[in-house]
Design a protein around this ligand. Structure first.
Ligand SMILES: C[S@@+](CC[C@H](N)C(=O)[O-])C[C@H]1O[C@@H](n2cnc3c(N)ncnc32)[C@H](O)[C@@H]1O
Length: 220
């Protein structure tokens, strides 16, 4: 695994075996902010409590941006994140997100807490952001229907076809509350068709810099 700088200056990780990066090379922070925060979290406006499920904790960037987005608000987020291959701490410590996001000392501590907190234990990171990281494969994960949003941030379908199936999307549909949403950076035709086929209403939105489109799918 190698650290790599993307076009907005923020880091991503490159996985040689997959020939794939964790984020868009056009800008990791920009992509995360656009797909998951602007078109995901903010879709629910100032809803009091938002329950989020993330597929792929990885570098923790989406969790960090979500925490920062609600930092000075009365909104509360309960965030569950699945990760099949947790990253080693030494690697995560080298990510330049604190500098890129100009985090102050307290925020840097929160960033660190996202990584060092125990797996499989619900952890209050701030008074309005609870995190539960689960080191499990999505295929083996079962849960109640409690989520408002699923951040679907798996590796691309060409690299990880087994996570972009109707079976998986149908499972995610069941995790969501009525009117809940799934957001993902991928907008391939086959993915749109699969997501639609399990019952979602599909929205194709402009993508982040360097990408034409992204998907937001709403549970009917
Ligand atoms: C594209 S990366 C994005 C990660 C993260 N959201 C980030 O911003 O760094 C995809 C992540 O999904 C994880 N992953 C892959 N297969 C998985 C599976 N079956 N279940 C849960 N997580 C998986 C990978 O290990 C990786 O961390």
């Amino acid at each position: 695994m190698e650290l790599k700088k993307t076009a907005d200056g923020s880091h991503t990780l490159f996985v040689p075996e997959l020939n794939e990066t964790y984020h868009s090379i056009h800008g990791a922070i920009q992509e995360s902010q656009h797909v998951f925060i602007k078109n995901g979290l903010h879709y629910f406006g100032d809803k009091k409590t938002v329950n989020i499920l993330e597929i792929g904790f990885g570098t923790g960037l989406n969790a960090l941006l979500t925490l920062l987005a609600i930092e000075n608000s009365s909104q509360k987020v309960d965030y569950i994140s699945l990760e099949k291959f947790p990253l080693p701490n030494e690697l995560v410590q080298q990510l330049n997100y604190p500098t890129q996001l100009k985090l102050d000392t307290d925020q840097k501590k929160l960033f660190n807490h996202l990584y060092i907190c125990e797996w499989n234990a619900l952890t209050p990171i701030t008074n309005n952001f609870n995190l539960l990281k689960i080191d499990k494969d999505l295929a083996d994960f079962q849960y109640e229907t409690i989520f408002d949003i699923v951040y679907f941030d798996a590796f691309a379908p060409e690299k990880q076809a087994e996570l972009w199936t109707d079976e998986i999307f149908s499972k995610i549909y069941d995790f969501l509350k009525p009117k809940g949403i799934l957001v993902t950076y991928c907008a391939k035709g086959v993915v749109k068709r699969t997501i639609k086929s399990v019952g979602f209403q599909l929205e194709t939105l402009p993508g982040p810099p360097g990408k034409r489109e992204m998907i937001r799918a709403i549970k009917n």
